[in-house]
Design a protein around this ligand. Structure first.
Ligand SMILES: Cc1ncc(COP(=O)(O)O)c(C=O)c1O
Length: 397
């Protein structure tokens, strides 16, 4: 076999090679290497600890039993798209046409990827709110866009400072990405802020990508979607899925709803790269919308109790912690310990066997914080906060 004449660095796409590895993945590798260590409590992974409700699992089994083993329409099962559109109408006040304004994807991850690639020309600026889900910055860069971070701070309850947002808008701004309730802070925005953001988008002819993956998991009342505000439907891409609120991460089903031209463009990428989401998973998702609401509500109530126990535990340990309004993460401040986020997370894992994620994995302004997921058993949460008390105490001496 002939040796490759390409130097190692020439074999790879430069812009992909320049992307940093996800800070979360680095940390998981570390935890995995420590596996076998029975005592480790993981507050790291952002996924429900609940098994998918039985009737949803059963729908997937039936789908296979019935021999539904072929591709679906590239846009996704029409019956599922109809169910999604009914759901967005009844619960979010957003009206979409299942035939051409809705696409079923492999998780919100794919929906996000399609949306960003469908709207971004090289050099377009995309504003996103930091600290944020680890994929946003990398996804924008992979689409050859320019990521523009809008920092949020604990003193503003990690919410959007509308004037600061306005100052980030330039003639090159193509879109704003919103994710409320937010991963990793659990913050939301209020209606007034939402209206102000919509006004900025309309005034400057900017698109809005709203990642609503945690929208059902709110604890202080539900907000409408920004897509339902006047003048927003035509400039909004509504991204959502079944992973979190229906505890269906492994099924890999998400969706996007939006203006027909954008959905058609997303569809082009989807049909060449993915073709369709898994057929049995789509049927399970349809069942989730039909009968999964009660179970979802039970999980939400349970998460709220766990949130309270975790936040109280941090406060007892002397750490300030913003009370998250949604999702299933807390973002306690660890600045008083004198440790950097990464050192705190490393030492807590090595010395006290609890895995949390350094806040910097979610953006520079996450320094001084760690993300702890409370989609873990109450028993583990109580033990983890007991150990955090011991750890913080040990740092004082
Ligand atoms: C904000 C946010 N968006 C999207 C995703 C991806 O979710 P999915 O499993 O639907 O691909 C996650 C997963 O953690 C997330 O936190």
């Amino acid at each position: 076999m002939k040796d490759s004449k390409l130097l190692p660095k020439e074999r790879l796409s430069k812009h992909i090679a320049s992307l940093p590895k996800s800070g979360i993945r680095d940390f998981f590798e570390l935890v995995n290497n420590m596996n076998g260590d029975e005592e480790i409590i993981s507050l790291g992974v952002g996924e429900p600890d609940f098994v998918t409700p039985w009737n949803i699992r059963e729908a997937a089994i039936y789908s296979i039993e019935k021999g539904h083993t072929s591709y679906t329409s590239n846009l996704g099962l029409l019956s599922l798209r109809k169910a999604i559109c009914r759901y967005l109408e009844s619960d979010y006040g957003c009206s979409y046409c299942p035939e051409n304004e809705c696409i079923v994807t492999v998780g919100v991850s794919e929906a996000f990827d399609l949306a960003i690639r469908a709207i971004t020309n090289p050099g377009d600026e995309i504003i996103y709110v930091e600290p944020c889900y680890v994929s946003y910055n990398a996804e924008i860069r992979m689409a050859l866009g320019v990521p523009v971070a809008l920092e949020t701070r604990e003193e503003n309850e990690f919410s959007v400072d509308v004037e600061e947002l306005r100052s980030k808008v330039t003639p090159k701004t193509k879109a704003i990405i919103l994710n409320f309730p937010c991963n990793p802070t659990g913050a939301t925005i209020n209606l007034q802020q939402m209206k102000a953001i919509a006004e900025i988008a309309i005034e400057n002819d900017i698109l809005v990508m709203s990642d609503e993956i945690y929208s059902e998991l709110t604890y202080e009342g539900r907000l409408p979607s920004i897509a339902s505000l006047p003048g927003m439907k035509e400039r909004c891409i509504f991204l959502h899925g079944f992973s979190k609120s229906f505890a269906m991460t492994g099924f890999r089903v998400g969706f996007a709803c939006g203006p027909a031209d954008i959905i058609a463009s997303m569809m082009k990428i989807h049909q060449y790269s993915m073709m369709c989401a898994s057929t049995s998973s789509q049927e399970a998702a349809e069942e989730a919308l039909k009968s999964g609401r009660k179970e979802m509500e039970k999980m939400r109530e349970e998460y709220m109790e766990r949130r309270n126990v975790m936040v109280q535990g941090f406060n007892r340990a002397g750490l300030s912690c913003f009370l998250p309004r949604g999702a299933f993460y807390t973002f306690p401040c660890i600045k008083s310990t004198g440790l950097k986020s990464k050192d705190f997370a490393m030492r807590f894992l090595e010395e006290y066997k609890v895995a949390v994620i350094p806040g910097t994995a979610f953006g520079k302004c996450g320094e001084g914080y760690v993300r702890c997921c409370y989609a873990a058993s109450m028993e583990n949460i109580k033990e983890a906060v007991r150990r955090i008390g011991l750890f913080v105490n040990s740092l004082k001496g």
